[in-house]
Ligand binder design. Structure first.
Ligand SMILES: Cc1cc2nc3c(=O)[nH]c(=O)nc-3n(C[C@H](O)[C@H](O)[C@H](O)COP(=O)(O)OP(=O)(O)OC[C@H]3O[C@@H](n4cnc5c(N)ncnc54)[C@H](O)[C@@H]3O)c2cc1C
Length: 432
């Protein structure tokens, strides 16, 4: 990616910024300053959106910050696998928005339905329109319905994806509870890129934990559309240590990619025509950026959003910043930690830009913990910087948990995972 030219900011004097919602008291004609109550609207109250809103307001208290999110309570995908494994209840991973309101952020519970990028307005499901000077989108993922034949919204009520937490998590948990001992749970994992690369493998680990306690004769089959997966060696070591041969993984070259789902029969058909029958079927389907990104005209043919790697401003529409899973930010994974880190950089970049300054050089950190058992955690961590105009893993940083570690080491990592969850929830929503 070519180096981004920040001099355009000065040259344009933020042309187009003056069309909507601008308060009085501008520093210079045509220039918005953060403290002059420029209006920033944030779409999505998950990891990226809530963090962006909180950090915008913290950096520039005079800024008018509005968050648009339909849910009054947000349920995190992180630790939803623990709910499936019976280690947590759903309420323990729910977060409200009072922490944001207490900070002076306006929170509107509605869906953003459309965006007029010329007029700089957003239309909401409650019938109102919101004006914005800068827009932050963190809508997460949408499912590509019917990308796998037979897997549509109705099928997801029988064979849940549970890749957005809440009702889908409860549905899958209920099915696992209702399953007889000796049953087969099948999880079908997608190709890259998708939300949370280690997520499917942590999920089967947590379900294996539940089965080992309650339904020890049951089996778990992972049908995978790829031949490699995140932290594979560590997962396989943990599965063998804790669950014997309960979990079987089949990669693409072993005919693991599915092409068809029959949700009524709980059957899937693979690329080479094998049919597998489940007692509980969990499809993690192909994904794309949340639909509002497409409405804003910021997605490309991949269905994801290309961004300026320094500021996460859309490459396609000026004034719109995108964070989190919706973006193309590889090698950063689609994780809550990354969404949170990206959102902080975006908040800093927006305030700098409004004040006519260049953005700082960003540095992001990501750590993904996965639980294989209640006392058995593993992790991967990386630091990212800009190199040759693109996001890159910083040399000599990060790493994964060692293989062959002691039980005490794994127990400590499980404990760190609990600490990570509490701190990122506090940081994102202002409440644990
Ligand atoms: C099983 C599982 C386990 C995971 N575990 C981890 C983990 O341990 N650690 C980790 O870091 N990450 C983990 N993740 C990944 C993490 O959940 C995502 O990367 C993270 O949620 C991305 O944040 P986001 O802001 O992009 O999207 P989200 O957090 O999903 O937030 C998007 C929000 O936008 C809202 N929204 C969407 N469209 C609109 C619209 N048009 N108008 C208004 N609001 C809208 C949605 O309602 C939603 O609340 C896990 C994911 C899964 C599925």
């Amino acid at each position: 990616m070519s180096a981004w030219n920040y001099s355009r900011r000065g040259a344009l004097g933020l042309i187009g910024a003056g069309t909507a919602g601008i308060a009085t008291g501008l520093a210079r004609p045509g220039i918005l300053r953060a403290q002059d109550a420029a209006r920033v609207v944030v779409v999505g109250g998950g990891f990226g959106g809530a963090t962006a809103a909180r950090n915008l307001k913290a950096r520039a208290p005079g800024l008018s910050v509005t968050l648009v999110e339909p849910a009054e309570r947000f349920y995190t995908c992180p630790f939803s696998n623990l709910v499936l494994g019976g280690l947590r209840d759903l309420e323990s991973i729910g977060h409200g928005f009072d922490g944001l309101r207490a900070q002076g952020i306006e929170v509107i519970h509605a869906m953003a339905e459309d965006i007029d990028t010329a007029a700089r307005t957003l239309s909401l499901s409650n019938g109102s329109d919101l004006a914005w000077d800068r827009l932050v989108l963190s809508p997460g993922i949408d499912i590509r319905w019917n990308a796998i034949e037979g897997y549509d919204e109705a099928a997801a009520e029988l064979a849940p994806h549970a890749w957005k937490a809440g009702a889908q998590t409860q549905l899958l948990r209920g099915q696992l509870e209702a399953m007889e001992d000796g049953g087969t749970f099948i999880l079908c994992a997608p190709e890259n890129p998708f939300r949370c690369p280690p997520g499917p493998y942590e999920r089967v680990s947590m379900i294996a934990h539940y089965f080992s306690q309650e339904k020890p004769n049951s089996k778990i089959l992972i049908l995978d559309a790829k031949d490699a997966f995140s932290k594979r060696g560590l997962f396989e070591e943990g599965w063998a240590a804790l669950y014997g041969d309960m979990i079987e993984w089949v990669g693409r070259s072993g005919d693991g990619a599915i092409t068809r789902v029959d949700a009524e029969a709980l059957e899937v058909t693979t690329e080479f025509g094998q049919v597998h029958k489940a007692d509980v079927l969990n499809i993690v389907p192909p994904q794309k950026a949340g639909f509002i990104a497409e409405r804003a005209g910021v997605t490309n043919e991949s269905g994801w959003v290309p961004v300026n790697p320094i500021t996460f401003e859309s490459e396609q529409v000026e004034g719109i910043y995108v964070v989190g899973d919706a973006t193309i930010a590889a090698p950063m994974p689609k994780s809550g930690f990354c969404a949170n880190a990206q959102a902080k950089v975006v908040a800093a970049a927006i305030v700098a830009e409004l004040d006519g300054q260049d953005p700082a050089d960003p540095v992001w950190i990501n750590t993904c913990y996965s639980l294989i058992g209640p006392e058995y955690g593993i992790s991967v961590a990386d630091v990212y910087r800009i190199s040759d105009g693109a996001i890159a893993v910083a040399p000599e940083t990060g790493g994964v948990s060692p293989t062959g570690a002691s039980a005490a080491f794994r127990a400590n990592e499980a404990r760190y995972a609990m600490g990570w969850y509490a701190s990122i929830a506090q940081d994102t929503w202002g409440t644990v």
